[in-house]
Design a protein around this ligand. Structure first.
Ligand SMILES: [Mn+2]
Length: 306
């Protein structure tokens, strides 16, 4: 795997960060910070929390929000559903600010206080797939696993990049959404005027983008169907995945599809309560005072511009 080469570049990291960990990222000093700073009454308890696509090691990672979320939400089991550390990006440039360490500290603090942490690596942290079946620093590494909810449903937990081979679309466009499409329509007017002034034939930027967005929506549909089909084939009740950065809870022909979203754009987690109810939490740390900030809502499908 060519991507694994980044692990060999660890010597570029500051010596203090490297330590002797077999993990391709530094382990922080234990209990340096952590949830001890959060008053007990501000902590919300869940049976299970699923997060993925945090992309630690990249500028896009909303590490402050993530550390805040972890410090105010406890659970019996925490699933890290892949692309937690972005080895692809770290390979090119070492980027590890303090906030990213705080995230690791919060996770380690959870382990210290009795949370079971299961890490299912994704494609951006696929180097860790070589360690699946092992337990490192209290974190259980698994290629994939089955989670049983409190009400007895069995859910396949995997990152989801395994299904990229059969579905190749410009998925990043899916996340532009309606807002960008509206702006594109406006931009299209300007674009058309400029082209006309230069005597160029009309070319529709909005039509181009609309086609791309439709492709992206199609990509998401195909992805969801492929993942659900895998769960169905194995006789499971549903699936928990990440990868496409699009949180969702949806019943697809009798199989439950859930996606825990990401922490580079939407700051979402999938949670399970004591009764097995699943929901998507959108974490908004700016609203965290004085009460814990939760905006819970059922996942929605992406609006397709007509
Ligand atoms: Mn991924």
């Amino acid at each position: 795997m060519a991507e694994n080469a980044w692990a060999r570049d660890l010597h570029k990291a500051p010596a203090a960060l490297r330590g002797s960990s077999p993990l391709p990222f530094p382990l922080p000093t234990r209990r340096a910070r952590g949830t001890s700073q959060t008053p007990a009454h501000r902590i919300r308890h869940h049976r299970t929390i699923f997060i993925s696509d945090t992309h630690l090691g990249t500028r896009g990672c909303k590490a402050d929000a993530l550390a805040d979320f972890l410090s105010k939400n406890n659970c019996r089991t925490l699933y890290l559903v892949g692309d937690i550390v972005d080895g692809w990006r770290l390979k090119h440039r070492w980027f590890w600010p303090d906030a990213h360490n705080r995230v690791l500290e919060e996770i380690l603090h959870k382990i210290d206080t009795g949370t079971r942490v299961i890490y299912v690596p994704g494609n951006h942290d696929e180097v860790l797939r070589d360690y699946c079946g092992r337990e490192i620093a209290g974190v259980e590494l698994m290629r994939e696993t089955v989670h049983e909810t409190a009400d007895g449903r069995r859910l396949l937990v995997l990152h989801g990049d395994q299904f990229d081979g059969v579905i190749a679309y410009a998925r990043w466009l899916a996340f532009l959404g309606d807002w960008a499409y509206t702006r594109a329509l406006e931009l299209n007017e300007v674009c058309a005027a400029i082209r006309k002034a230069f005597g160029l034939p009309y070319w529709s930027l909005s039509a181009y983008l609309k086609n791309k967005v439709k492709n992206a929506v199609e990509y998401i549909c195909r992805f969801e169907n492929a993942v659900v089909e895998e769960a169905r084939t194995r006789g499971l009740d549903g699936v928990v995945c990440g990868h496409i950065h699009h949180a969702a809870i949806r019943d697809i022909d009798g199989v439950l599809y859930t996606n825990d979203g990401d922490w580079v754009e939407s700051c979402t987690a999938l949670t399970e309560d004591a009764h097995g109810n699943l929901e998507i939490l959108h974490w908004a740390p700016s609203q965290a005072e004085p009460a814990p900030a939760f905006i819970s809502e059922p996942a929605e499908g992406l609006a397709v511009p007509a």
